[in-house]
Design a protein around this ligand. Structure first.
Ligand code: UDP
Length: 236
């Protein structure tokens, strides 16, 4: 598959056209941003970790019946995906209070939520990805109510599958962000699943092993990304 014109460059990834109109190539970069672009930096080999981990988890999810945009991992930093129309919603899945939820509701970070909590944000950098509800989604025609139902169902199934995988690796899946796309009339999981988009804590020590190490200047950023990959993939 040939990499052709770049379609789009985001904060952590570049998307390229290919010689097949229904396939794109995603290249994962080492660039890191936080706080809506206010903090910038690089995390050595992050692109390699995120590409490898996303590919592995997309395959695991497909095997459990979750449709994704993933086709194949091409090399260290590149994956082949189906071209999808991205639904302009970020879906946040939360098992433990942290980050913006802790701030908004005054819940101490680390408070176990008695049930999984889903939130939606409007994917719009200029507006700072504001939190929205299902009325906003329907009124602004971001997705149909049927699509929202399917997205919620898939998000909860994905949470069950991932939480179990991470637990087996001694990692608590605190929260994470998902994006979905439309492809051949169905909703598919898109974007990435990586320490950039998940909060991952060591089950024993609660040590943070994710992008919060970069956001909060906690040090050992690269090591933590590598550790997560090593722990979930083992010798694979
Ligand atoms: N998240 C993300 N991209 C975003 C916003 C959030 O990947 O644009 C992830 C974040 O890494 C965390 C989860 O979604 O795992 C919940 O994030 P939260 O709303 O607490 O955001 P933050 O504290 O990062 O502002």
């Amino acid at each position: 598959m040939k990499k052709l014109d770049m379609l789009y460059e985001g904060k952590a990834k570049k998307v390229y056209k290919t010689d097949q109109s229904d396939r794109y190539i995603i290249e994962y970069k080492d660039d890191a941003t936080a706080f809506n672009g206010l903090k910038k930096g690089t995390i050595a080999d992050k692109g390699i970790v995120n590409n490898t981990m996303s590919a592995y988890l997309f395959e695991a999810l497909e095997a459990e019946g979750i449709p994704t945009h993933f086709v194949s991992r091409l090399d260290d930093r590149n994956m082949l995906v189906k071209s999808v129309e991205i639904v302009p919603i970020e879906v946040l899945v939360r098992n433990v209070a942290a980050g913006s939820l802790s701030k908004r509701l005054g819940l101490a970070e680390g408070t176990r939520l008695p049930m999984t909590v889903l939130e939606f944000c409007y994917k719009n950098d200029e507006l700072g990805d504001p939190i929205i509800n299902e009325y906003h989604i329907e009124a602004m025609k971001m997705a149909t109510p049927q699509e929202v139902e399917r997205i919620k169902e898939m998000a909860l199934m994905i949470n069950d599958i991932l939480a179990e995988r991470f637990a087996q690796a001694g990692i608590r899946l605190v929260d994470f962000k998902l994006e979905f796309g439309r492809c051949d009339g169905q909703i598919v999981l898109a974007d990435e699943i990586s320490p950039d988009t998940c909060r991952l804590w060591d089950i024993q020590t609660d040590e943070k092993l994710d992008k919060d190490r970069f956001r909060r200047d906690l040090g050992k950023v690269e090591e933590s990304y590598h550790q997560v990959l090593e722990r979930i993939m083992g010798g694979r």
